[in-house]
Design a binder for this molecule. Structure first.
Ligand code: GLC
Length: 419
C-alpha cells in the first residue's frame, strides 16, 4: 500500500505544471505528458482527491487553478490551455473555444465546454481531509457553477442536465453516441467525422445554448446526470457546513427532481438498465455501455433497480469480465479490446478506466456489496501492478491500452484501502 501511495504521489508530482500568471504561481497536474498536455476539469477533480492523501495545499491548488477560469455565466471549462505550446498543432482547440477564428493574433485560454460536475465531491473531500480556509473561496464558485448547470443546461426543465458535445460527458467515443450522431460503428473515420461536425456546428453557433438546444446535438447522459445528482448532495452538505441553508435547500430540491426524472425516464424496466436520453425527443441508444450502470453510485436507488443493475454488472458475458468493468459490455458488437480502431485512437469503446471503476466501487460499498467491491478493487490493482498508472486497460487480459503515466489512474489508492 505504501509503495502504491508513493508511486501515485510521484506520478502526480511529475505531471505537475507550475505557471506564473497575473503575479501568482498556479499549479495543476496534466493528465498525461505524452497525450494530454493541458488541464482538464474532471481530471483535476480526481487529482485533487488523490492529492488530499499527501498534500492538502497542493490539493487545493489543483482546484483553484481550474476554478480561476470560471466563465462569467458560471460555466467551469473542461479545458484550460495554460501553455500555448501545442496549441498550434491542435487547431481543433479553436472549435472548442468561444474565441473567434483569428488564429495568429490570439489563442483560446479555455474551452467553451464543461465536464461531469465532480467539483462538489472534490471540494467536500478536501474539507473532510481538514482544509479549513478553502470552502469560503470555493463555495460561491460552486454555487454559480451548479446554478449555471440547472438554469442553462436543462432546456426541458425536467431536472436532468444536457451536454452539447460528447467531450462534455468525458466518454468521448463511447458507442452510446454513435446512433444519435449518425456514425457508422464499423467505420472509425465516420465516428470521428460525426464528432467533428458537432464541434463545428457548435462553433458556428457561437456556443449559443438556445440555438444548440433548438437545432444541434444534445444528450441527457446517464453518467453525467448520476454525477450531477450525487454532487448536488455534496453541495447541500457543504452549504449547510457554511451556514447557507438556502443553498442547501435549493440543492436538495434539484437533486430530488433530477433523481425522480432519471428513475422515470432513463430506466428501461424491460432491460433492467439506464439509458441516455438523446435530443429533444429523448430517444434512447440501445447499446450497453458503462453509463447504463453508473446510477449504482446513488445510495437511494430503489432496491429492485439496484438488483437488476447488479445482475448485469456481475454477468461474465456483459460487465464482469476477468478485469472489470469494461466501458462497453463484452457481448456488444461494438465491444473492442483496444483504444485504437483501424489505426485511429477511439477511446471508451471497451477498455476499462480507473475513474469509472472508482465510481462503481463506491456504489458497491454504499449498497453493502462488500465482496463485489473487494473483487473490483483487487482486479483494478492487478491492472496497475502489471501496466502502471495507465489511462485504459483491456477488460479481458488487463493489459494497458491507453496513455501512460495517467493522472486519474491514481484513484486506485482509494480502492487499495478495501483490499
Ligand atoms: C479524454 C477523456 C476525458 C478526459 C481527457 C483528459 O478526452 O475521454 O474524459 O478528461 O481525455 O484526460
Amino acid at each position: 500500500m505504501d509503495s502504491l501511495l508513493d508511486a501515485a504521489h510521484s506520478l502526480l508530482q511529475a505531471n505537475t505544471e507550475l505557471v506564473e500568471y497575473e503575479g501568482e504561481t498556479w499549479r495543476y497536474s496534466v493528465p498525461s505528458r505524452s497525450v494530454y498536455p493541458h488541464q482538464w476539469l474532471w481530471d483535476s477533480c480526481f487529482h485533487a482527491i488523490v492529492w488530499s492523501h499527501f498534500d492538502l495545499t497542493r490539493a487545493c491548488d489543483e482546484l483553484r487553478s481550474i476554478l480561476h477560469w470560471q466563465h462569467a455565466d458560471g460555466l467551469v471549462p473542461h479545458m484550460v490551455f495554460w501553455r500555448s505550446e501545442g496549441l498550434r498543432k491542435h487547431f481543433w482547440h479553436y472549435l472548442e473555444s468561444a474565441d473567434g477564428w483569428r488564429f495568429r493574433q490570439k489563442r483560446p485560454w479555455t474551452s467553451a465546454l464543461t465536464q461531469p460536475p465532480v467539483l462538489a465531491t472534490a471540494v467536500e473531500r478536501l474539507v473532510q481531509a481538514g482544509v479549513d480556509d478553502f470552502l469560503d473561496d470555493a463555495l460561491p464558485r460552486l454555487e454559480r457553477y451548479y446554478l449555471y448547470l440547472a438554469e442553462r443546461r436543462d432546456p426541458d426543465r425536467d431536472g436532468l442536465i444536457s451536454t452539447i458535445c460528447q467531450y462534455e460527458t468525458g466518454l468521448d467515443y463511447s458507442p452510446a453516441y454513435d446512433r444519435s450522431l449518425g456514425a457508422d460503428p464499423a467505420r472509425p473515420k465516420s465516428i470521428l467525422r460525426a464528432l467533428g461536425r458537432v464541434k463545428l456546428a457548435n462553433k458556428l453557433r457561437g456556443y449559443d445554448l438556445d440555438r444548440i438546444f433548438a437545432r444541434g446535438w444534445h444528450c441527457e447522459d446517464v453518467l453525467v446526470n448520476t454525477i450531477w445528482i450525487d454532487n448536488l448532495a455534496a453541495l447541500k452538505r457543504l452549504a449547510e457546513l457554511a451556514g447557507r441553508s438556502d443553498l442547501g435547500d435549493w440543492a436538495e430540491q434539484k437533486r430530488a427532481q433530477a433523481l425522480q426524472t432519471l428513475l422515470e425516464r432513463s430506466w428501461d424496466a424491460d432491460r433492467g438498465l439506464f439509458f441516455n436520453l438523446d435530443g429533444a425527443d429523448e430517444s434512447r441508444p440501445t447499446v450497453k455501455t458503462i453509463q447504463c450502470l453508473l446510477p449504482l453510485l446513488l445510495e437511494d436507488l430503489p432496491p429492485e433497480m439496484t438488483e437488476r443493475l447488479l445482475e448485469h454488472l456481475t454477468a461474465a458475458n456483459e460487465f464482469w469480465t476477468p478485469f472489470p468493468v469494461p466501458s462497453v459490455a463484452l457481448d456488444e458488437a461494438t465491444y473492442s479490446e483496444d483504444s485504437r480502431l483501424g489505426g485511429k485512437r477511439l477511446i471508451w469503446r471497451g477498455p476499462l478506466s480507473m475513474n469509472t471503476n472508482w465510481f462503481l466501487w463506491q456504489g458497491l460499498v454504499r449498497h453493502g456489496e462488500t465482496r463485489l467491491a473487494a473483487h473490483l478493487a483487487e482486479r483494478s490493482l492487478d491492472c496497475i501492478e502489471r501496466g502502471g498508472f495507465n489511462e485504459f486497460f483491456s477488460a479481458s487480459v488487463g493489459e494497458p491500452v491507453g496513455a501512460d503515466r495517467f493522472g486519474w489512474a491514481t484513484l486506485a489508492v482509494e480502492m487499495a484501502a478495501a483490499v
